[in-house]
Design a protein around this ligand. Structure first.
Ligand code: ADP
Ligand code: MG
Length: 346
């Protein structure tokens, strides 16, 4: 179905007065189905090309943790882990973790006992020796930390045993900072180089040791540059990108779609503040989002627009629901500038 659902006439009225259009990034300017492009190991692991038990255990921990989150990033990581582990359709990561926590705008964490990990691994079918395809995405980072005692180790030759309980943290720099885990400059550089191409990079830490980085790439909606161009050049509106993602990745996406103003690394709770700020400067603000974390901002905006693949909460919060598989180019023209007649006349 294609179309537009407007709740209340004020939304239509405000839309004609809009001065500023704020876009969420993930799921709005991008399709919102990121895919894992790289898993880089940051600890010593001599035989990476062997899909050995250490790598399998690490990917299992990652999958078991992310399976509890419904963030688009989590879905992509879970799908990656499922393929990596050769899981069948009916196989599940199950609710095997303790104290799962989702930190909005930062990432996820959980505690997993060695017992639970072993129990999960025993549900996997033994695969023949052939090298799994996904291993192409696995590489060693330039910085390799030495495995230390009492920590989950990736070194298969190590005699160190995994601790009885593992605390898994998967998320961005902020998540690690809050947990008091330092990020080596080499790791930071490695993250930055992937981020500069627009990818979203985050880290996996187990018991305080940063073991791996994961990078995901999302596809731009092909019509996004045209929508931004029309809003800026034809309708003379200010267009802003507002995202929780890091600045390098946000600017890379902004550049690709033609947006000049970027607010990056904005926590979900602060997105609403940003909208208020723009309104305070006399702006009439339209916010376009998919609602994963941005419902309050959608509600605060003079016109909140939810993309229909967004969540129910977003649809609840929005004044306008765009039932569309793509960014609503024609609807934007209709809403922000002209009367329905001219829209129909196009
Ligand atoms: P956006 O504004 O792009 O929708 P979010 O505020 O939802 O972004 O998330 C911001 C950042 O937090 C992500 O780019 C990612 O680095 C991190 N993050 C959020 N959820 C997860 C997760 N489940 N796993 C790993 N990282 C995550
Ligand atoms: Mg989002």
């Amino acid at each position: 179905m294609n179309g537009i659902l407007i709740k209340g006439s004020e939304a239509l009225e405000s839309a004609q007065k809009v001065t500023t259009v704020v876009f969420d990034k993930t799921g709005t300017l991008t399709v919102g189905r990121p895919e894992v492009t790289a898993l880089r190991l940051l600890v010593r692991m001599p035989k990476v090309d062997e899909f050995n038990s250490a790598l399998k255990r690490l990917i299992a921990l990652i999958g078991m943790t992310e399976a509890n989150s419904d963030h688009p990033i989590a879905m992509s990581v879970e799908a990656y882990a499922r393929t990596a582990l050769g899981m069948t359709k009916d196989a599940s990561f199950g609710g095997r973790v303790k104290e799962f926590n989702s930190e909005a705008g930062m990432g996820v964490s959980a505690r997993i006992t060695a017992e639970a990990l072993t129990a999960f691994l025993s549900t996997l079918e033994e695969k023949e020796k052939e090298e799994p395809k996904f291993l192409k995405s696995v590489s060693s980072g330039s910085f390799l930390e030495k495995a230390e005692e009492g920590r989950f180790t990736l070194d298969p030759s190590s005699t160190i045993e995994d601790p009885a309980e593992m605390s898994v943290l998967i998320g961005n720099r902020k998540l690690l900072r809050v947990a008091g885990i330092a990020i080596e400059p080499e790791v930071n550089r490695e993250m930055a180089s992937l981020e500069s191409s627009g990818e979203t990079v985050f880290l996996v830490a187990v018991n305080g040791a940063v073991l791996a980085l994961l990078s995901v790439a999302d596809t731009l909606r092909p019509e996004a540059p045209l929508v931004v161009y029309t809003l800026r050049k034809k309708l003379g509106l200010q267009v802003i990108l507002l995202t929780g993602d890091n600045a390098a990745s946000a600017y890379a996406v902004a550049r690709k779609v033609g947006i000049r103003r970027v607010f990056a690394e904005v926590l979900p709770t602060h997105k609403v503040e940003k909208v208020r700020e723009l309104q305070g400067n006399g702006g009439v603000v339209a916010m376009v989002g998919d609602g994963i974390n941005d419902s309050p901002a959608l509600a605060q905006a003079d016109v909140g627009m939810a993309i229909a693949n967004g969540t129910d909460v977003a649809i609840e919060a929005a004044d306008v629901v765009l039932i569309h598989v793509s960014l609503p180019f024609w609807e934007f023209r209709f809403l922000f500038c002209c009367l329905p007649f001219s829209f129909l006349g196009q």
